[in-house]
Write a protein that binds this ligand. Structure first.
Ligand SMILES: [Zn+2]
Ligand SMILES: [Zn+2]
Length: 556
């Protein structure tokens, strides 16, 4: 299967001559930020500027400066969202190159200043220009940009670049940070908006590698459960969090989860997390309708009246606030020892997974440190789902630990279909696009068939292409199938030789049979295997699909 999709046969040998490449100044393998220079034809587009130190952008300049007229590191800068790992270098960039145009979504332009709390923004009002969502804008001749909301954080967008020559178009999509699920304060990325865009190059984040996450509501409930238990045991709970995004999500969760609503409990918010809340309040018209509705009945964050109370913490209150059980949200960079004082009660410190937060083990008060998952990024199955929906020629992974990115790049379902790249910083990635590129087949094709009902015989006719799938042989092995209702649907299953031989025996002795009941991907009567046609469906335990893998616990 891999052979007929190999690089040589997938591309027409005749190159079009249009330069298309990506030079990553910084790829966020750790916490160094994202900064990518994409070249398409004559255009140089800088995607995000999350580097603390932008000196490497100057270096790139000396090499290309002799081209003369344009001593800028790029022609245009596009920001995916306002998080520091994507935007903290933008102010320095603007100061170094005041003529370099910088664009982002409207919400991002409003959140951006939180990256530099000490700055007076009246002095530099034109740092970043707002672009509308879902509207193609021709930024330069032949270069069109379009922004699509990507979940993750209010204002976060995926950026589509389209360069059109007389012969054809070239499309690059950069996801920025993305999240397919709805969270409390931002709606998820809408896959259907991106499907069918004919993207040639996809630059995608891989924060969670191939790991699979429980449903978001489960994550929320687990966290609420843990906090609830800690308070019941007379602990205070300390939640260090980045200024934007997670902190506000946590507050909304605490304000609306049944464990906490109406409870005589204080939630204190400290540092730039509080500033982040103020910034969100300015954005109310851009937040999901459910949030706007909530805000019509009670304040979104600051509330001394409705329980649990949510208040801003004053610096002098830090040392006393844990005298009785309460919840404190503070900066991920704060000194947590300031709260966990000798005279306060015990503390539970909860740190989010995959966010770099330094936590000491030594505090004056008795302290427990645990981690929790409240994901703001897509998990592995979401990542591959997005890729398969776009079917690009090239997939370029950034943003994630090298080990996690390696998990993604070694997935056969990706290697078989796309050119996969996971560059280190400062290594040029060439992205050749052939003239006559054959789109790789989508991994899960839906076959359209025909149903004929003749007296007592029903015939289902399916296109021959279905037999090209390697799984067909096993399915058609005996020529006999079993049909079974599953909700409103009928599931067809090929009967195997072994099953026919065992027909007389107990077919439902599950531990013996290859079926959903003994498959390691089935949990809670649901299929969790993205490679399975039953993925995400409720399954019956005696069901089966070709992606079956025996669970080790039922191994006989
Ligand atoms: Zn982010
Ligand atoms: Zn990020």
């Amino acid at each position: 299967m891999r052979d007929n999709l190999s690089a040589s046969s997938r591309f027409d040998t005749e190159e079009t001559g249009v330069e298309l490449n990506c030079f990553p100044y910084s790829v966020q393998h750790d916490d160094e930020g994202v900064c990518l220079l994409v070249k398409i034809g004559p255009h140089r587009i800088l995607l995000d500027c999350g580097m603390e130190n932008i000196s490497s952008l100057h270096k790139g300049l000396t090499k290309s400066a002799r081209r003369g007229s344009s001593p800028l590191p790029a022609d245009v800068v596009l920001l995916s969202h306002a998080h520091p790992d994507h935007a903290r270098g933008v102010l320095a960039l603007h100061k170094a190159f005041p003529l370099l145009p910088i664009y982002a979504s409207e919400v991002t332009t409003k959140l951006l200043p939180l990256n530099w709390p000490e700055q007076n923004f009246k002095e530099i009002p034109q740092l970043c220009h707002a672009l509308p969502l879902r509207s193609p804008i021709e930024l330069q001749e032949g270069l069109v940009v379009e922004l699509f909301p990507s979940g993750h954080l209010p204002g976060a967008v995926a950026i589509l670049l389209t360069y059109t020559t007389e012969q054809r178009s070239y499309k690059v999509l950069y996801t920025g940070d993305f999240f397919l699920s709805n969270s409390r304060l931002v709606e998820g990325l809408r896959l259907e908006e991106l499907r069918g865009l004919d993207v040639n190059v996809l630059i995608i984040e891989g924060t969670y590698g191939t790991s699979r996450h429980p449903h978001r509501r489960n994550q929320e409930n687990q966290l609420a459960e843990r906090i609830n238990r800690a308070i019941a045991e007379y602990n205070s709970v300390l939640l260090p969090t980045p200024a934007l995004g997670l902190g506000q999500e946590l507050l909304m969760l605490l304000r609306s989860h049944h464990h906490f609503t109406g409870r005589d409990l204080d939630i204190w918010v400290d540092g730039t997390v509080a500033k982040g809340c103020d910034a969100y309040l300015e954005l109310l018209p851009y937040l999901p309708p459910s949030v706007q509705n909530f805000a019509r009945h009670q304040p979104l964050f600051w509330d001394e009246r409705v329980r649990p109370r949510v208040r801003r913490l004053q610096p002098e209150q830090r040392v006393v606030v844990g005298n009785s059980p309460c919840i404190v949200l503070t900066d991920s960079t704060a000194d947590l020892g300031e709260y966990c004082q000798a005279n306060t009660g015990p503390w539970l410190i909860l740190v989010p997974e995959k966010i770099d937060i330094k936590v000491n083990k030594q505090y004056l008060a008795p302290t427990t440190v645990e981690s929790y998952l409240l994901a703001q990024h897509s998990d592995g199955p979401g990542t591959t789902q997005l890729i398969h929906n776009l079917r690009p020629q090239h997939v370029l992974f950034v943003h994630g630990s090298p080990a996690y990115l390696a998990d993604l790049t070694s997935l056969e379902e990706l290697q078989n279909r796309y050119h996969i790249h996971s560059p280190a910083a400062n290594t040029l990635v060439e992205l050749p696009i052939g003239d006559t590129f054959v789109q790789p087949a989508a991994p899960e094709t839906n076959y359209e068939g025909e149903l004929t009902e003749l007296e007592t015989v029903i015939t289902i006719t399916l296109p021959e292409a279905i037999t090209e799938d390697p799984r067909w042989r096993e399915f058609a092995d005996t020529g006999l199938i079993e049909a079974r209702w599953q909700g409103e649907e009928i599931v067809l299953r090929g009967l195997s030789q072994r099953e026919l031989l065992n027909q007389s025996g107990d077919r439902y002795n599950l531990s013996d049979v290859d079926c959903c009941g003994t498959c390691r991907h089935q949990r809670g009567q649901r299929c969790w295997n993205p490679a399975s046609p039953l993925y995400n469906f409720k399954v019956t335990l005696e069901g089966y699909c070709p992606a079956f893998e025996r669970s080790s616990t039922t191994e006989s």
